[in-house]
Design a protein around this ligand. Structure first.
Ligand SMILES: Cc1ncc(COP(=O)(O)O)c(C=O)c1O
Length: 427
């Protein structure tokens, strides 16, 4: 079928229109969706209902760490589904413990808790902080402006962006927001009620803003001095995306330190399951038994099916050294994008990021083809989609590349060529 010919339903309505109509009629309209209807995928490519192919470098917002329909993940899901999908956390299962052991071995001594999403993982960190602070009457958590920590009530209360909170007041009390990478402001915000500081190593939704090494080291020192927990939201920037397992490892590479940097808790989700929904939290040894029996839980956390899938994703990453791939392709990608910035200085304002978490910030008003009623980032994403590439907007001026960890150098170059062609068509 040519892309001109639209596949139609029995009633003669274009298939895409029929699918979208069903959403209008039956799905809560809480997402601003792009027009595209996706039906299948393989590796870094997805196809729409008209069999049009897209280079997918959003990967479900940093989720599909092995790309689409990866055979190892498919096999792990199928094999485990045939053996044991779910048992209650009232019982032991062989795979949850193995998965926890693998994650601990990638971070440091401690223990893991399993849940279903990033918001839930952060909720766990927040409850951990509250529980640790309860004996001394401390409950306040300092987070950063422009951060994003999820859509639950605690998640939006923790998030440093007003737009996610509007209409949901009263929020959960006990969150204070300070500018990112500003240690002095963190210090000033500490009160007798403070128990923790929670940050993203690289702010994702906020526009791909990496923490500076000074901020990380300063925070660790400050938290040690004031007896505060340092909590890391690694939901988007974790799981090898930066070319190291956790973003702070990459940020602090080559930096002289008197002792190894380590947060007290880390949340994970997104890439962890390669597309199978799961979340996890790592808690350092000192605090690993704080959440005792009856304090926290979730029906679906760490099921045999989720654990088998998470382990298969880790196996595939290790077997193919996708950690190095993320670093190498990420560096090449970033350099090529910086070349575009040099070629179009009136269009591309900045390239930011580490590994396969890259943001391109555009100059407001660079094209007369965009309308004033929608953010530049959204219109850029739509323009790129028309050219056959999917990326993710962040804020009003930034697009994000968050490709699968096995993206190739050729695909990164293809992405830069599509972006170049799109820019040329807009100026
Ligand atoms: C840094 C960060 N934390 C938390 C979340 C929430 O994760 P989830 O959507 O799985 O609840 C997100 C999602 O975008 C995120 O980017």
């Amino acid at each position: 079928m040519s892309t001109e010919e639209k596949e139609t339903t029995d009633s003669g309505i274009a298939l895409g229109d029929a699918i979208k109509q069903r959403f209008k009629d039956y799905v809560v309209p809480n997402y601003g969706r792009f027009d595209t209807v996706l039906t299948r995928g393989t590796g870094c490519y997805v196809w729409d209902e008209q069999e049009r192919r897209y280079l997918d470098l959003g990967a479900g917002i940093a989720v599909c760490s092995l790309g689409h329909a990866h055979p190892s993940m498919t096999a792990a899901l199928a094999e485990q589904a045939a053996r044991l999908v779910h048992v209650s956390n009232l019982y032991y299962n062989d795979l949850q413990g193995q998965f926890a052991e693998r994650l601990v071995s990638l971070i440091a001594p401690g223990k893991c808790f399993f849940c279903n999403s990033g918001a839930e993982a952060n909720e766990t960190l927040i409850k951990l902080a509250r529980k640790v602070g309860s004996a001394s009457g401390r409950f306040e958590i300092i987070t950063c402006l422009n951060s994003f920590h999820g859509r639950t009530m605690a998640g939006i209360s923790a998030t440093g962006q007003e737009k996610v909170k509007v209409g949901f007041e009263p929020l959960l009390p006990g969150f204070v927001h300070v500018p990112f990478n500003d240690l002095e402001s963190v210090e000033k915000a500490i009160s007798p009620a403070t128990i923790a500081v929670m940050i993203e190593g690289i702010q994702g939704e906020g526009g791909i803003n990496p923490a500076t090494p000074e901020f990380l080291l300063g925070l660790r020192e400050l938290c040690d001095e004031r007896d505060l927990l340092l909590l890391f939201d690694g939901v988007q920037c974790g799981h090898f995306r930066t070319g190291r397992f956790q973003s702070y490892e990459r940020i602090l590479e080559g930096v002289e330190m008197t002792k190894p940097f380590l947060p007290d808790g880390i949340s994970m989700a997104k890439s962890l399951g390669g597309g199978f929904p799961m979340g996890a939290v790592w808690i350092d040894q000192k605090h690993s038994d704080v959440l005792g029996p009856g304090t926290h839980g979730t029906t679906f956390g760490g099921t045999p099916l989720a654990s088998a899938t998470g382990l298969a994703v880790l196996d595939e990453i290790e077997k193919n050294d996708l950690e190095t791939n993320a670093r190498q392709v990420g560096d090449i990608f970033c350099e090529a994008l910086k070349g575009l910035q040099a070629e179009f200085p009136n269009v591309v304002a900045e390239i930011r990021g580490l590994g396969l978490m890259i943001g391109v910030e555009f100059v407001e008003g660079f094209t007369s083809r965009f309308t004033a009623d929608r953010p530049l980032s959204i219109q850029m994403v739509v323009a790129l989609e028309k050219e056959g590439m999917l990326v993710i907007p962040a804020g009003t001026k930034v697009i994000r590349f968050l490709p699968p960890l096995n993206v190739s150098e050729e695909q990164a170059k293809e992405a830069v060529a599509i972006l170049r062609r799109t820019i040329k068509g807009l100026i």
